[in-house]
Design a protein around this ligand. Structure first.
Ligand SMILES: [Mg+2]
Length: 373
């Protein structure tokens, strides 16, 4: 059995609620890149990755497509899909970096092999440890009254952590928003089993982070995420030393190389892993083991992506010992190309079907290129 064709697609998924955080700019569409792998015996697998994640990986949709067409698809086409590890090793040797392009190839391979073996992809990653996964949700930049209303809605829906976006100046506005969300939580019947957190998305300097997080210490924050620039891991360690709140490294924790520096410098309490940063599902599983051995917690997230990419993150989280996640975001997509994942009472349900557990409507995708074996 061989992979007979690797087909690259793109699709712009419009968002119902455009979003913005401290480093993203305004995002109105998810510019997704999809890969379909088909064997000579008729089995298929799909992968999806967010193309306009330039503010995290430096990628653009066109760059991901070019790396797939020029480098990765010619290595995947013709290969035996059951050798998925060896295929990805060849991809790593062929081109440095390019984690998003590698992620979409790795995700499609896991979906394909899951279908071939008739098992969910989490079985390929160590087996299913969870049937449902708690997920946090984000309160966007908005006036305090709107933040309070949004917080109430999320608490009613069962979410356990309300993560407030901060980091756009002035800080006084961030503090008002956190106060509004905290007051809403205190007045809600679920106050005992829900929490608040903040995500700065690199918005502060080290000094600002220490000052601002100290000012927020009166609220019992579950965590403070990526307070400073991604590249400053020693700075993140300094913030962590000065602040009692657990520090989450997101943009700072891309692949295993960054993770080992976070471990060495004790720069985070938790790392936020996302497939387009790790370069795929197998690599994310390896990074979980590194973090676990170092006593660092793991959060599995995604880039507010569509349902194929989200399902891949869900499969990884289902195989993880820790089950904290940020798997909510696909609901913003006005019209997706896939179905099959479901949210209930603030928890993602792990699909039971083979591979990623989602169905893709190929007719909604825009074909860009095909590499045949
Ligand atoms: Mg984050």
């Amino acid at each position: 059995m061989r992979i007979a064709a690797a087909t690259v697609y793109t699709k712009a998924l419009p968002l119902r609620d455009p979003f913005q955080h401290a480093s993203s700019g305004l995002i109105t569409h998810l510019h997704e890149v999809y890969l379909r792998l088909a064997t000579d015996e008729g089995a298929e697998g799909f992968g999806e990755v967010r193309g306009n994640a330039h503010y995290v990986t430096g990628d653009t949709p066109a760059r991901i497509v070019a790396v797939l067409c020029d480098v990765l698809c010619p290595l995947v086409a013709g290969a035996d899909p059951l050798q998925l590890g060896a295929i990805m090793d060849r991809c790593d040797r062929a081109i440095h970096g390019n984690s998003a392009a590698k992620a979409v190839a790795d995700i499609a391979l896991h979906d394909l092999v899951g279908h071939l073996l008739n098992v969910p992809a989490c079985v390929l990653l160590g087996g299913r440890r969870h049937d449902r996964l708690a997920t946090d949700t984000s309160i966007p930049f908005c006036p305090p009254e709107a933040a309070a209303a949004q917080a109430r809605e999320y608490l009613d829906a069962g979410f356990g952590v309300l993560k407030v976006r901060v980091g756009l100046r002035p800080f006084a506005r961030d503090r008002e928003r956190v106060e509004a969300v905290w007051a809403t939580l205190q007045a809600h019947p679920r106050r005992g089993d829900a929490a608040i957190a903040v995500d700065t998305n690199q918005g502060w300097t080290v000094k600002e982070a220490i000052r601002n997080l100290r000012a927020l210490e009166r609220y019992p924050l579950a965590w403070a995420e990526q307070p400073i620039a991604a590249g400053d891991i020693p700075g993140l360690a300094e913030v962590r030393r000065q602040i009692a709140v657990p520090i989450v490294a997101d943009e700072a924790c891309k692949g295993p190389e960054e993770l080992q520096w976070i471990v060495r410098l004790q720069a985070a309490d938790i790392v936020h892993l996302k497939l387009l940063k790790t370069g795929g599902m197998a690599r994310m599983r390896e990074m979980m083991a590194i973090a676990e051995a170092a006593g660092i917690g793991v959060m599995v997230g995604q880039m507010d992506e569509g349902r194929v990419a989200t399902a891949a993150a869900v499969q990884c989280a289902a195989a993880a010992r820790a089950a904290s996640g940020e798997l909510w975001g696909f609901q913003r997509v006005a019209e997706d190309v896939a179905t099959g994942i479901e949210m209930r009472d603030g928890h993602m349900l792990v699909p039971a079907g083979p591979g990623l557990g989602v169905r893709v409507d190929e007719s909604k995708l825009e074909k860009v290129a095909e590499v045949r074996a």
